[in-house]
Design a protein around this ligand. Structure first.
Ligand code: HEM
Length: 86
């Protein structure tokens, strides 16, 4: 098992660019860098949500479908601070 890591909103703020973009949603950190091009809502909103520190409200406000939720779980992420394998 990889060593557990904990991330905070301020860690996410170090990853807010097209080349390196993380989102904090519902307490989990998602690396959406490779997803930016594929997001149906466009990359700009993801970059803005990333830069806001916590993207939970933005994600919820859109009223994403259940398939979006499933897609989110398939994206590289850190669950409760445990890094996924890249
Ligand atoms: C990893 C996180 C996310 C995933 C997997 C995701 C996925 C999707 C998917 C599949 C859609 C198509 C509609 C649907 O199925 O609901 C969508 C639409 C959209 N998303 Fe996201 N999304 C994510 C995060 C966000 C965030 C943080 C925002 C910030 C506001 C956002 C804004 C939008 C908008 C505005 C649309 C509507 C596009 C349109 O219909 O014109 N999404 N997203």
């Amino acid at each position: 098992m990889a060593e557990a890591k904990k991330f905070s909103a301020s860690d996410v703020l170090l990853h807010t660019t097209r080349d390196d973009c993380w989102l904090l949603i519902r307490g989990k950190v998602y690396d959406v860098t490779k997803f930016l091009d594929d997001h149906p809502g466009g990359e700009e909103v993801l970059l803005q949500a990333s830069a806001s520190g916590d993207a939970t409200d933005a994600f919820e406000t859109v009223g994403h479908s259940s398939s979006a939720e499933t897609m989110m779980e398939g994206i590289g992420r850190w669950l409760c601070g445990t890094p996924y394998g890249r």
